[in-house]
Design a protein around this ligand. Structure first.
Ligand SMILES: NC(=O)c1ccc[n+]([C@@H]2O[C@H](COP(=O)([O-])OP(=O)(O)OC[C@H]3O[C@@H](n4cnc5c(N)ncnc54)[C@H](O)[C@@H]3O)[C@@H](O)[C@H]2O)c1
Length: 370
């Protein structure tokens, strides 16, 4: 309840939160969580809609939980989108390495520059908190012990670099009245109204269902911290209310839990223990995976004791299995399907709907408020 209490007009106006990128994988889960946790808040969404059509087993358009949906590009946000906003949960962005490698310039423009400009605009509009969805991938190869927020960063990809640059520059904007939080999320997993299968645990569960096989494209030893999407929502909920006296005006914090540092092989075995008749195959001869890192979540534990991850790995797998069941999922070619973000963008490109800058081709992109 921290937001919105210090200004007189807030006594009558509801707290307004803008969730950017709300029409992706994490967004619908965040909106559902915020709607339940803050029934009186005004929840707004802003998204360009690349994956709007990629609904997965839901009978409700997730945006119906919002008070307002803006369609627009965060590189030039619709006029008025930040008016009266108290807090911003900024999820909009290019969300993985394969897209970042293919579209390096737009990745930097969207994830870095647009993030900084959006934070600047939010501050100018009177917002009191800005939450940036960053990533633990900024640590790069880091097998020698747990990475803390004070560890050196070594981003290996355009995606990871764009997140680190954004962190550096949004930090400059933070002050006593504008708390900025970079949540360095572990790799997401779990069911969503817009499920992605280009994430390791989701891929394993889908493989188990589609062809009773989990193929590990490494020797299985790399470490990867994971977080469930519902626990990401809990962390964002906390960060929206965070003030400078809890962690400083600017805070970069790893968001996840120490117990969720898993080796890839452990993840595959956990899926095989739950989904029946599944074979796990490991490429013993595979090149070492450079994305191996273990992360310490001690700072997050200390600062956000009431918003710690709650979902367990077996629950996450069972929930995903049930979700795939609701979707009637059995596509053995799912890695080339619309459940993979890069594939969706390539299809939009092939149809001439989106250009190489990852903008909608129509000059008059609809900037609409619904
Ligand atoms: N999924 C993960 O494992 C993970 C981990 C760490 C951080 N994150 C970050 O969390 C955020 C959400 O991830 P996700 O998994 O939901 O990704 P996603 O790709 O499913 O969703 C991203 C959303 O952003 C929107 N978007 C992209 N460019 C935009 C633009 N220029 N203007 C407006 N909207 C735009 C897309 O349309 C999409 O709805 C991303 O910033 C991602 O980098 C995700």
């Amino acid at each position: 309840m921290g937001l919105g209490q210090s200004r007189l007009e807030d006594l009558v106006a509801a707290v307004r939160i803008l969730v950017t990128g709300n029409m992706g994988y994490v967004g619908p889960v965040v909106v559902e969580h915020l709607r339940a946790a803050r029934p009186d808040a005004e929840l707004y969404g802003l998204d360009t809609g690349f994956f709007a059509q990629c609904l997965t087993g839901t009978d409700l358009l997730p945006e119906r939980r919002l008070d307002c949906q803006w369609f627009g590009d965060v590189r030039h946000p619709p006029a008025g989108a930040l008016d009266g906003v108290d807090g911003v949960a900024h999820l909009a962005g290019i969300s993985n390495d394969p897209i970042g490698n293919t579209y390096e310039t737009p990745t930097l423009e969207i994830n870095h520059r647009a993030t900084v400009e959006l934070a600047r605009a939010a501050k100018a509009a009177g917002a009191r908190s800005f939450v940036f969805a960053s990533s633990c991938s900024i640590y790069g190869l880091a097998e020698d012990g747990l990475r803390t927020e004070d560890s050196e960063t070594a981003p290996l990809t355009a995606y990871a670099k764009s997140k680190l640059l954004a962190e550096r520059d949004v930090a400059e904007l933070a002050d006593e009245r504008f708390a900025v939080t970079s949540l360095r999320f572990a790799t997401a997993c779990g069911m969503s109204d817009r499920l992605r299968l280009d994430l390791v645990l989701n891929d394993f569960v889908a493989g188990a269902h589609a062809f009773r096989e989990i193929t590990i494209l490494s020797d299985g030893t790399p470490w990867r911290p994971l977080i469930h999407v519902r626990d990401m929502a809990r962390a964002i909920d906390w960060a929206l209310d965070r003030t400078a006296d809890n962690g400083g005006a600017y805070l970069a914090v790893n968001a996840g839990s120490d117990e969720w540092n898993y080796q890839i092989r452990q993840l595959a075995d956990a899926v095989a223990a739950i989904v029946p008749d599944v074979n796990v195959s490991v490429r013993e001869d595979a090149a070492p995976d450079s994305r191996s890192y273990k992360v310490s979540f001690a700072r997050f534990r200390e600062l956000a004791p009431d918003h710690q991850p709650q979902v367990g790995l077996p629950e996450a797998i069972e929930d995903l299995s049930a979700g795939l069941g609701r979707m009637g999922f059995h596509d053995p070619d799912f890695r080339n399907s619309e459940l993979v973000r890069l594939r969706v963008l390539e299809n939009l490109r092939a149809e001439g709907l989106v250009n190489e800058a990852l903008e909608w081709s129509r000059a008059d992109e609809p900037v609409a408020r619904v």
